[in-house]
Each structure stands twice: as structure tokens, then as C-alpha cells.
Ligand binder design. Structure first.
Ligand code: SAM
Ligand code: SF4
Length: 342
């Protein structure tokens, strides 16, 4: 540490420290940029190019990088995401290999749940600890409007299969869109409470491939809480928040909870503990970063684990203090959410 208490990079030692003193222990791995839905706030209806296959990390490469993260850099949690991670054939094998690491990291999955009905048990048996399922509406016609696919039944079957496989509490991620599903918050919370699911609303962020995000169309955390409070009594959750992005409330005295991830109106960058690996082997120190650090090339050129760990540390050291969405000079990252890994 320096006299001022701020770390120097040389002090980073084994962990993923940045110049503001934050330590990344939570790794998000994007397994693919492809998806079988086309959610309006994420992807265009058509015309998005996929990453070329040779550029994608293989299962073994992902497991090696996860191993470096866990054994040399202090990673304690690994979330698999995408694109749609269930489209990755080797998913169960990757989870199995990662949960065999020492010390065993917690493993999580963020998914749209299409195909989960078939896979939930196998994933739980492979060592998956927790799951987040994206579900923005319970109405079939709205689901088709938002995702541009008629798959609501598959998603609901996936939710129930995850519960039955013991991946509890299943968390549900919901994005509300103005004049599309913004009247459905209480209905979704009723559904979640009834089925023992933990619902979390996410403010829409400027990460869509079409660059169509407009602040005035974003349904804010304040609006969401006001809508829920008409039907439910919400009291602040006494549980420690830590680096968790969701602020949570007890619903009607608990034990049911509801969360809001107010990334835009109440940014939590100061407590961020994340590092991200894209499907093509780039480290991103923030969802909104405009630069990436390549690990794939050194990985394929024979770099040692220690050399890769050092490159990863350097990537994280450069993390900015905040995402800057609320600054007039904010520029959206070039890659959309589906290619970064949400
Ligand atoms: N396909 C999987 C899914 O939908 O859960 C994983 C990837 S998706 C990019 C991860 C999460 O990001 C989802 O919960 C989705 O709702 C959320 N998301 C996507 N685009 C978003 C945006 N522009 N603003 C806020 N959340 C977004
Ligand atoms: Fe696919 Fe998830 Fe993006 Fe929807 S939010 S298009 S399910 S990657």
C-alpha cells in the first residue's frame, strides 16, 4: 500500500486489484455470442454477425483460464453467460471441470431457459450451484413481441425444471420496457412468490446492438418500486448487500424477496468485484469498458500460467472508477451485451 492507502500495481500480488482498491473475485464467462431469442433490448431482429468459430475459446481453454483465475488470482465465483450459454455443447463438462478446481468456486448460470427442461438435472449434477433465468413477461403475445420468438412455454418449463433440480432459489431477471411490459411488475412478483422464485428487475442499459437505448424509455428503479408498493409492502432486506448489484426488499414481511438492479440510476461501481472473459478470450474489466485485453493470443502462443495471470492483473488494474452512463460524454461499448456476456 502507498501512504495514501491506495494500492500500487506492484502490490497487486496474487489478486485482481485495480487502482481504486477494488478486488475482483467474481468472474463472468461468456460461452457464446449466439442466441435462440432476439430480445429487443439486446439484439436486433436480424443481421448480427457471429464471432468466427476459430476465434472462440475451446472448452479446455476456458477451463484453463478459469483455473488460473481460481488458483492464482482469487476468483471465488464463476458465472456462465452469453449469448445463450445452454447453446454451448460442452456446458456440463465445463461446469464439472471448474467445480473440481481447488478451492472450489461457486458456479452460476444466466440463461433464457430454452432447453433447460432437458438439462437442469444434468447441470445440477455437474456442480452448478445457482441459476438466473431471464423472463420479462408471463403473457405469450408479449413474450413474442419482446423476444421475437414464440417460446414462453419452453422458458416456463425451464423455470420449473430448475426448481425441481434443486437449483434454488431460482432467480428471475426481468427488464421492463416502457409501454410494452411496464404494467406487469406486480403480476411477475405474484408469480415469483407463488413459485418460490427470487425476482430481480434490471434497469435497461445502453448495451443493445442497435444502439436504440433512450434514457426516457428506461423504466427506473424508482418507478418499479412505486408500482410494486401499490400491491405489496416492501421493507429493506436486512441481509448484507456486499458487492451484489441488486438492492433487495422483503415482500410483505418476508421471507420472499424482490430485488432491483439500478445500474443506471444508482450505479454500484464503487463496490464492483467483477472481471469478464468474452467467448473469444478477451478480458473486460467492466461491462461498459471500451478496451479489452487479449488472453487468447498468448494462450495459443504458449504463454505460461504465470504470464497469463500477469496479463489479467494488468487488465484489471486499468478499470475505470465508474461506467459513466450518466456523463454527457458517455459512449456505448462497441460490443453488444450478447457478445460481452451479461
Ligand atoms: N441469454 C441469457 C439470458 O438472457 O439470460 C444470458 C445472456 S443475457 C445478455 C444476460 C442478462 O442481461 C439477461 O438477464 C438480460 O435480460 C440482460 N440484458 C440484456 N440486455 C440488456 C440491457 N440492454 N439492459 C439490461 N439488461 C440486459
Ligand atoms: Fe438472447 Fe439473453 Fe440477449 Fe435475450 S437477453 S437476446 S436471451 S442473449
Amino acid at each position: 500500500m502507498t501512504v495514501s492507502g491506495r494500492p500500487r500495481q506492484a502490490d497487486a500480488g496474487t489478486g485482481l486489484v485495480d487502482r481504486y482498491g477494488r478486488v475482483a473475485t467474481d468472474l463472468r464467462v461468456s460461452l457464446t455470442d449466439r442466441c435462440n431469442l432476439r430480445c429487443a433490448y439486446c439484439m436486433p431482429a436480424e443481421g448480427l454477425d457471429w464471432l468466427p468459430k476459430p476465434e472462440l475459446l475451446t472448452d479446455d481453454e476456458i477451463v484453463r483460464l478459469a483455473g488460473i483465475g481460481v488458483t492464482m488470482l482469487g476468483i471465488r465465483e464463476i458465472r456462465f453467460t452469453g449469448g445463450e450459454p445452454l447453446l454451448r455443447r460442452g456446458l456440463a463438462g465445463i461446469i464439472g471441470a471448474v467445480t473440481a478446481l481447488e478451492p472450489r468456486p461457486k458456479t452460476m448460470l444466466t440463461t433464457n431457459a430454452i432447453g433447460l427442461e432437458r438439462m437442469a438435472r444434468q447441470l445440477a449434477e455437474s456442480g452448478l450451484d445457482r441459476i438466473n433465468i431471464s423472463l420479462d413477461t408471463l403473457r405469450p403475445e408479449r413474450f413474442s413481441q419482446i423476444t421475437r420468438r414464440h417460446r414462453l412455454d419452453d422458458v416456463l418449463a425451464g423455470v420449473h425444471a430448475a426448481n425441481a433440480a434443486g437449483l434454488r432459489p431460482v432467480k428471475i431477471n426481468t427488464v421492463l420496457l416502457r409501454d410494452v411490459n411496464d404494467d406487469e411488475a406486480p403480476e411477475l412478483l405474484d408469480f415469483a412468490v407463488e413459485h418460490g422464485l427470487e425476482l430481480r428487475f434490471i434497469e435497461q442499459m445502453p448495451l443493445d446492438a442497435q444502439h436504440a437505448w433512450r434514457r426516457e424509455n428506461m423504466v427506473s428503479s424508482e418507478e418499479i418500486l412505486a408500482a410494486l408498493s401499490k400491491r405489496f409492502t416492501l421493507t429493506p432486506d436486512p441481509a448484507e448487500r456486499g458487492g451484489a448489484p441488486a438492492e433487495t426488499w422483503l415482500v410483505d414481511g418476508g421471507p420472499a424477496k424482490v430485488g432491483v438492479i439500478a445500474s443506471v440510476t444508482r450505479p454500484f461501481c464503487g463496490a464492483c468485484d467483477r472481471t469478464r472473459l468474452t467467448a473469444d478470450g478477451q478480458i473486460r474489466n467492466c461491462l461498459f469498458a471500451r478496451t479489452e485485453n487479449d488472453l487468447r493470443t498468448p494462450l495459443r502462443s504458449g504463454a505460461s500460467d504465470a504470464e497469463i495471470a500477469e496479463l489479467w492483473r494488468t487488465a484489471m488494474w486499468g478499470k475505470l472508477p465508474g461506467h459513466g452512463i450518466n456523463d454527457p460524454t458517455f459512449l456505448q461499448p462497441e460490443r453488444p451485451m450478447s457478445a460481452i456476456g451479461g
